[in-house]
Design a protein around this ligand. Structure first.
Ligand code: ATP
Ligand code: MG
Length: 387
């Protein structure tokens, strides 16, 4: 079967080694979904009847990634595989092998604990698709549907609501009716999900090909811990921004502001990464320059990243285009980029703090007149100012 031929050799070998040792092993979850969609899987998951210690004993190179959850990373030539013992209560703790019937039920029990039908498929050794919940049909319908009753599954784990939206955004799928209904009903309920679990899902939603799904995060109240109310945010514009965290968070911040909501608690609550949150918060306090000269001054004062965030926050494509045009000219925005170096200035007879002062003046001049950043013109500047 073609599903089998699309499985990388190292994953097939990993499963085979487990089979030879007498265990069940199935590629499962996201990787099976992505193979069926002809997408490149992010990671390779295998579920198995082997216990973590048995997996560790079988492969020379393993990493105990999540022993508490039964996950061992197997490192092979060609890639790594996350091998997880069947998730089910009646596991054989002593390593005894259950009979064939309970193998099948173990796999089904494992699949039934997964979030969505499209994520609850496994691949048999002969390449046959094991799909007890109709995941393939939902892939064809382009629909995210819960395994079991959405309300129950969402009450068990609220993160699944974020994940549903994330998959709709990444795959450009719809949310199945009952799932959507449960999400709208349960979204705004108070919860204790830690931000570090929410953040990746929100960021993946924002950076996805169909980022307008982020609107549902606000209309459902899922992010109401950071915002006063449920909010209708018109998010269609996000897809016009670069699919980077910086640009998409910036775009979202601007949309929230348009709706009269303060984006800061959300940004600060969800983004721990200083390289991201600092430029975003700085940009929120800045005005968009009206011309190239203004952009150069802003670049010099605040750096490229903050300016990129500011441009992404500004309505229309003009600011982004303007900033791009300025950056394409590789303008001089710091003393280091002046056509005269500190040493050149020393050779011209300057010394000590004078050098820094002259550099500052030259930089101000070059920011206004970028065409003047040549050694001759800068020397002329210095001599004319000395007179
Ligand atoms: P990605 O392409 O982002 O890796 P994925 O579907 O592989 O997507 P993971 O977060 O890597 O998602 O999880 C692997 C699998 O584990 C999922 O496909 C799903 O079957 C299951 N899973 C993950 N999180 C949950 C959850 N909160 N509830 C139930 N099952 C989950
Ligand atoms: Mg995955």
């Amino acid at each position: 079967m073609e599903l089998l031929s699309s499985l990388p050799l190292f994953v097939a070998r990993c499963c085979q080694a487990l089979h030879v040792a007498g265990f069940q092993a199935y590629p499962v979850g996201g990787c099976v979904r992505d193979l069926l969609l002809s997408r490149t899987p992010q990671d390779w998951d295998v579920c198995t009847s082997a216990l973590p210690s048995q997996v560790q004993a079988l492969f020379p190179h393993t990493v105990p990634t999540g022993l508490a959850y039964g996950t061992v990373t197997v490192v092979l030539e060609g890639g790594t595989v996350e091998v997880t013992t069947f998730r089910q209560e009646d596991r054989y703790g002593d390593g005894r092998r259950p009979d064939a019937v309970s193998f099948v039920s173990s796999l089904e029990a494992d699949l039934s604990r997964r979030d969505f039908t499209i994520n609850a498929m496994a691949m048999a050794p002969d390449g046959q698709l094991l799909d007890p919940f109709g995941g393939r049909g939902d892939l064809q319908r382009r629909s995210v549907r819960c395994v079991g009753k959405p309300e129950l599954r969402f009450r068990e784990d609220r993160l699944r609501m974020f994940r549903a939206i994330r998959f709709a955004a990444q795959l450009d799928f719809q949310l199945e009716g009952q799932l959507l209904q449960a999400l709208m009903e349960l979204g705004a309920q108070p919860h204790t999900l830690p931000p570090e679990r929410i953040r990746p899902e929100v960021e993946k939603t924002l950076c996805a090909p169909a980022p307008h799904w982020a609107g549902l995060l606000f209309s459902s109240g899922l992010l109401s811990a950071f915002l006063p109310n449920r909010l209708e945010v018109e998010t269609a514009i996000l897809s016009t921004l670069l699919p980077t965290p910086l640009a998409r968070w910036a775009g979202l911040a601007a949309l929230l502001r348009q709706e009269g909501a303060d984006p800061l608690p959300l940004l600060q609550g969800l983004i721990p990464d200083r390289a991201l949150i600092v430029p975003l918060t700085k940009a929120l306090a800045l005005e968009v320059p009206t011309d190239a000269r203004g952009w150069r001054h802003l670049l010099s004062r605040h750096g490229v990243t903050t300016c990129q965030a500011l441009a992404a926050m500004s309505p229309g494509s003009q600011p982004l285009q303007a900033l791009e045009n300025v950056l394409a000219q590789a303008p001089c925005i710091s003393p280091k980029q002046l056509a005269l170096s500190g040493q050149d200035l020393m050779a011209l007879g300057l010394s000590g703090i004078e050098i820094g002062r002259v550099q500052k003046t030259l930089l101000e001049h070059v920011l206004d007149h970028p065409e003047d950043n040549t050694p001759e013109k800068l020397v002329r500047q210095i001599t004319s100012r000395r007179k």
